[in-house]
Ligand binder design. Structure first.
Ligand SMILES: [Zn+2]
Length: 229
């Protein structure tokens, strides 16, 4: 009889321990879900060139570079985020980055762009622009990287490979570009001239949603390939 009582006590004890263990396990599992929210492995600065009173290039059909840069930046942002990348935008509307009261707006704008890049914790910078040239036949995307920036060159090569595979008009080589947004940081940066607004047919293409989607997807593919290298 005494043996049975001891056995019963042991079973109750074991059940109590199991119950406590389960509660503890559930507690940590729930906390784990809360704290292990997927933190992006890579962060990308997407820089829409120009803005505010600086519209950049204006196409023969009236397209404004700063607006198209923003459209492409927003599309690329959405694609990058859906792929799990963190994104920092230098601008998300048509306002300029400069301080309205700054005596030198260009300098003020450059300083703001650099500040956003410096404070971003990003791995790479993608600056988006549209080109213009006196000869209307000039066409195709071009990719630039900063002089002496090896990571930038690798990123530029990766993006160029993707763009030139997807677009016949795109250059199949990338080049050093002397641009502030590339020179102001040690991060891997590229400046992409998406196409020529001075070319009427390319201007139309660049304005279409389908072309923008295809172009940004090609950029994303180049970015992913770079991170996998
Ligand atoms: Zn530009």
């Amino acid at each position: 009889m005494r043996f049975i009582v001891i056995k019963k006590k042991m079973i109750v004890c074991c059940l109590a321990i199991l119950l406590i263990l389960s509660v503890v396990l559930i507690f940590f599992a729930v906390r784990g879900v809360e704290t292990n929210m997927p933190k992006p492995e890579h962060i990308i600065v997407i820089d829409a060139g120009h803005g505010g009173r600086d519209g950049g290039t204006v196409g023969s059909g009236g397209a404004i570079e700063s607006q198209l840069n923003l459209d492409y930046a927003i599309t690329l942002k959405q694609m990058c985020e859906s792929f799990g990348f963190g994104v920092v935008m230098t601008r998300e509307n048509m306002n300029g980055l400069y301080d309205e009261n700054a005596p030198n707006k260009k300098r003020s704008e450059m300083e703001k762009r650099k500040k956003i890049i410096d404070e971003s914790d990003a791995d790479i910078v993608i600056s988006l622009h549209m080109n213009g040239f006196p000869l209307p036949s000039a066409e195709g995307a071009q990719v630039f990287y900063g002089k002496g920036n090896e990571a930038g060159q690798a990123l530029a090569e990766s993006v160029t490979t993707s763009l030139s595979r997807d677009f016949e008009s795109a250059r199949d080589y990338c080049t050093v570009g002397d641009y502030f947004v590339l020179n102001c940081t040690d991060k891997a940066g590229v400046l992409v001239e998406c196409g020529f607004l001075s070319n009427p047919s390319e201007e139309k293409l660049l304005q279409s949603r389908e072309y923008r989607q295809k172009f940004c997807y090609s950029l994303l593919y180049g970015i992913i390939t770079y991170f996998q290298m």
